[in-house]
Design a protein around this ligand. Structure first.
Ligand code: CA
Ligand code: CA
Length: 180
């Protein structure tokens, strides 16, 4: 008798649960929306209108990963053809990084990645250099530009032109990342 009662109770409980799920699916927010809402960072904006379906607020990146991709159109100003050995120096608010040297190339490809701590109104200065063995290295070009504000996980191309494009073009990839 007890078994029968409890199985009847279980039946109604299951029926009720199914009803709740059905109602939720028909008129409520989607499971994904609820999950996003529940997993959002505490204190994060839930959307101005308070709707659960509002996109989860992605925080601004505190660090940015800078990949030095490639340069093209570099002028051949060195002692002879194949003597331009480009490398890149990144300077950003006291942080400094130097890429590898690509020997004898006017269209170098690097793929070197560096991490910068983002500072308010920070300016990125990029120097394109030529390594020389018999004299000190030459600066082929320099450009300064503010870093764009990135959200965490956002990736953008960042193209720099030297001497208005006459001195070549350098492509970087920027990705917003969190502070570890
Ligand atoms: Ca040189
Ligand atoms: Ca050189």
């Amino acid at each position: 008798m007890r078994d029968q009662q409890s199985s009847i109770l279980a039946f109604f409980a299951a029926l009720l649960a199914a009803h709740i799920v059905a109602c939720g699916g028909a008129s409520g927010p989607s499971e994904d929306a609820i999950e996003a809402y529940l997993s959002r960072t505490p204190g994060g904006a839930a959307g101005a209108d308070g709707k659960v379906e509002a996109p989860v607020e992605v925080p601004p990146a505190k660090r940015v990963s800078v990949t030095i991709e490639r340069a093209e159109g570099l002028p051949d100003l060195d002692e002879g053809p194949g003597e331009t050995d480009p490398y890149v120096i990144l300077e950003y608010e006291g942080q400094r990084h130097r890429s590898s040297v690509i020997e004898g190339s006017l269209a170098p490809v690097w793929g070197d990645t560096f991490i910068l701590d983002v500072l308010p109104d920070g300016i990125l200065t990029v120097k394109l250099m030529d390594e020389d063995s018999l004299s000190s290295d030459e600066q082929l070009g320099v450009v300064s530009k503010p870093l764009p504000a990135l959200k965490v996980g956002e990736t953008v191309p960042f193209v720099l032109e030297f001497r208005g494009g006459e001195g070549g073009r350098l492509t970087l990839t920027l990705t917003g990342i969190v502070r570890p």
